[in-house]
Design a protein around this ligand. Structure first.
Ligand code: IPM
Ligand code: MN
Length: 376
C-alpha cells in the first residue's frame, strides 16, 4: 500500500464545492485501483479565515505542507477582500514558497464538449502549455514615485519630462513601474521541462512564445536559453512565436500546437484563451509543479463568487486537476481511470452543468464520474 498525504485547501467561492467533488472522485478511483491510500488533510486558508483572523497562510503551515506529497487547491478570491491580497498572500505565496516553477496547463478538447471554434473538434485541440511560474512580471519588483523627495523627483524627471517635454508638477505627477525578471537558470529549468514533456508525451514540436521584438532584454535571454537547450533535443522541432500572433493562431489553427513554453505573464493570458478553445474554464485544470518538491493542483478558473454556494459550478476542471496530481505522483493507472470516467461522462452529454448547456448540479456531475469509475 502506498500512502499519499494530500493537503486540501478548498479556498473561496465555488472552491469548496468543486474540491468536494474532486476529493470524492479521487477516493473512488483509489478504491477501485487498489494499492494506494489517499490521506487528505484539510486547511482553512482563504477569505473567511482571513477576515476572521487577519492571517493569510502562516509560515508554520507552509512548513507543515512541505511534508505533504501534494496540495489540492480549489480557488482563491473574494469580493469582501481587496483584489490581490488572497491571490498574492496565498496562491502566489504557495507557488513561490514551494518553487513550483512549472505551471502545466493541458489544452485538450474532449469529445462531447462544444468548442467555440467553428469546424474544430477534439482532433484539433490537444496540446500542453508549459508556463513559467516564478519569474517575469510576477516577481513583485516595482514601485511608485511622486512627491518632493529628490530620488523621486529624479526618477519622475527621467521618465516623464523627457516624454512629455514638460516641467513636472510635484503635486500631481506620479509614475509607477514594475520589473519583469528572467534568469538564465529559471528559464533553463522550465524550458528543459517542456522538452522532456514533449519527449514523454510523444510530441514532435515545441513552440516558444515571447515578445522578444519589444521586450528585448528579458525575452532575448529567454530565446538564447531556449536555443541552447533545444540543441540537446534534436528530434524535437522548435519554433518561436510572438504572443500576439499566438493569440491569433490558437483560434485559427490550434492543431498546429503540441507543446508551448512561455514566460509567466503571457502564459497566464494564453491559457485562459486555451481554456476557451477546450470548452471553457469549467474544463481546464492546471498543475503548479516542482519536479523535486511539493506540487499543487488546481482548476485554472477562479472562485466565481456569483456562483458560490449554488452547487452549479462545473467540477470537471478540479477533477482533472486531481487526475494530473495522481499522474505527477507516479500513479498513472489511477489517473487514467479518472480521465476515462470524465471522458465517458462528457461523451454521453447527459449529466452536465450549465456552462456546457446542461442543468445538472456540481455534485451530480461528481457522482456521475464516481459511478463511471465504479462501473468500469
Ligand atoms: C492563474 C490566476 C493567477 C495568476 C492569479 C489569481 C494570481 O490568474 O492561476 O492563472 O495570475 O497566475
Ligand atoms: Mn490566470
Amino acid at each position: 500500500m502506498t500512502r499519499y498525504k494530500i493537503a486540501v485547501i478548498p479556498g473561496d467561492g465555488v472552491g469548496p464545492e468543486v474540491i468536494r467533488e474532486g476529493v470524492k472522485v479521487l477516493r473512488a478511483a483509489a478504491d477501485v485501483a487498489g494499492g494506494i491510500d489517499l490521506d487528505f488533510a484539510e486547511f482553512p486558508y482563504g477569505a473567511e479565515h482571513y477576515l476572521k483572523t487577519n492571517e493569510l497562510i502562516p509560515e508554520e503551515v507552509l512548513k507543515e505542507l512541505s511534508r505533504m506529497d501534494a496540495i489540492y487547491l480549489g480557488a482563491l478570491g473574494d469580493p469582501r477582500v481587496p483584489t490581490g491580497i488572497l491571490e498574492q498572500g496565498i496562491l502566489l505565496r504557495l507557488r513561490f514558497y514551494f518553487d513550483q516553477y512549472v505551471n502545466l496547463r493541458p489544452v485538450k478538447l474532449y469529445p462531447g464538449v462544444p468548442c467555440p471554434l467553428a469546424g474544430k473538434g477534439p482532433e484539433h485541440v490537444n496540446f500542453f502549455v508549459v508556463r513559467e511560474n516564478t519569474e517575469d512580471f510576477y516577481v513583485a519588483l516595482g514601485g511608485r514615485a511622486r512627491g518632493k523627495q529628490k530620488a523621486n523627483l529624479d526618477l519622475i524627471r527621467a521618465l516623464y519630462e523627457a516624454k512629455f517635454n514638460l516641467d513636472i508638477d510635484v503635486d500631481r505627477d506620479e509614475i509607477a513601474y514594475q520589473l519583469g525578471v528572467i534568469s538564465r537558470r529559471g528559464a533553463e529549468r522550465v524550458i528543459r521541462y517542456a522538452f522532456e514533456l514533449a519527449r514523454r508525451k510523444g510530441k514532435k514540436r515545441l513552440t516558444s512564445v515571447d515578445k522578444a521584438n519589444v521586450l528585448t532584454h528579458v525575452y532575448g535571454l529567454w530565446r538564447e536559453v531556449f536555443e541552447s537547450v533545444a540543441r540537446e533535443y534534436p528530434e524535437i522541432e522548435t519554433e518561436y512565436a510572438f504572443v500576439d500572433a499566438v493569440a491569433m493562431w490558437f483560434v485559427k489553427n490550434p492543431e498546429w500546437y503540441q507543446v508551448v513554453v512561455t514566460p509567466n505573464m503571457f502564459g497566464d493570458i494564453i491559457t485562459d484563451l486555451g481554456a476557451m478553445i477546450q470548452g471553457g474554464l469549467g474544463l481546464a485544470p492546471g498543475g503548479n509543479i516542482n519536479p523535486d518538491g511539493v506540487s499543487m493542483f488546481e482548476p485554472i478558473h477562479g472562485s466565481a463568487p456569483k456562483h458560490a454556494g449554488k452547487n452549479v459550478a462545473n467540477p470537471i476542471a478540479t477533477i482533472l486537476a486531481g487526475q494530473m496530481m495522481l499522474e505527477e505522483l507516479g500513479e498513472q493507472e489511477v489517473a487514467d481511470i479518472i480521465e476515462a470516467a470524465v471522458v465517458e461522462v462528457l461523451r454521453e452529454r447527459r449529466v452536465r452543468t450549465y456552462d456546457l448547456g446542461g442543468r445538472s448540479s456540481t455534485s451530480e456531475v461528481g457522482d456521475e464520474v464516481v459511478r463511471k469509475i465504479e462501473n468500469r
